[in-house]
Ligand binder design. Sequence first.
Ligand code: GLU
Length: 455
Amino acid sequence: MTDPSKMRLRFAPSPTGSLHIGGARTALFNWLLVRGAGATLVLRIEDTDRDRSTPENVDQILDALKWLELDWDEGPIFQSDNAVRHQEVLVSLLDAGLAYRSLATADDVRAYKDQHGSERGFRGQDDGEGAVRLRVPEGASIVDDAIRGETRFEHVHLDDPVIARADGSVLYNFAVAVDDHDAGITHVVRGDDHLSNTPKQLLVFAAMGATAPIYAHLPLLHGPDGKKLSKRHGAASVQELRDDGYLPEAIRNYIALLGWGTDDDETLLSTDELKRRFGLDHVSKSPAIFDEKKLRWMNGRYLRELTLEDLTARLELFTGRTGLAGAVEISREKIQTLADFWPLVGFVFDGPAEDQAAWDKTIGAPGAVEILAEVRSALAAVAEFDVDTVQSALRAIVEERGVKPNAVFQPLRVAMAGTTISPGIFETAVLLGREETLSRVDRALERGEPQSSAS
Ligand code: GLU
């Protein structure tokens, strides 16, 4: 195709579940190709499996696409709305003798193969009733896959495919081909799992006398253990990734790299850059590895790029709390996902956490209550209560006692946070303010008293 802006691609999810990473990657690759070329993306909901397709799943998929900020230009078209058109094509193929009604059962197909050899594709007779089968002509179909190159399918090995059941309801491969044709789709970019459907869809195109689109089958996704990606490997759906605190722009960046890469192996690529650089020529044939650890790392990088206002707004939305800016400022270097935030600084708002092991190790250690009492006096005495003054006061105690800094810092940390995990100790104290810091230290001292006298 000479003018890339004339390309028409589609994303065609089946609403039989939520949008998973594989589906999101397919959507993203289509979207990047389209947006990079100024072309058109059609969204088609393949809801012909009436038992498994639900409106809730449709909503979840649309919601996931919107959250990922992957928009489309036409649709959503519902495959089930095209039923009349499917029948029209079916009847025209029957009328033209390109398809026939057949009563052949699976046993009949087996018997045929016993007689003609297992390599021989089944050819039935026109029974005038029963399921509709497409007549496979002599010759071969060539799938010229934009990623995998040419694969030749000799027709002699293909069974005459069933394209509609006896009740007239059409089968998946038929509906897909008719819909792709009607929507003027020029490129079909989809998961590898559909490769085996392609010859059947090509046969439908040929029977309609239509030119088939260009196909590109994306490599499978594996987990870090090399096994096909599944729930075991962590968050599997886009909704779960959102709940786990990932940013849509980080997910776009990370999943763009699942099977695609640049010559210089760059990893951090903004969506604009991806749009500019993405192409099927650099999509690999071998399976890509989804590793949530790498996504976490990348998400952390994206979090740190956000302005404080933006990150605060996202965290307030994520946690449903307000007034978080100060806590965000002191914790942003330590979090990789939005979900990491509350466990790290929730104590500022909700009071110290209850972590007995942390207590035992710190305030419960011999001499710690005495140190904490000294910390209290020092913090009560500083003129201004800011990061510098709090820091100097605490460091003076470290010096004077000749102890390791943690012997002074950790009891204070646990007094404030209840655990040994918190943002920086000085920043935390300043955020809490003198009064609250002292009152938390007092509570710790009260609680620590009997244990220290016992030890
Ligand atoms: N509906 C299919 C799926 O969700 C995709 C079909 C296609 O892209 O051709 O797996």
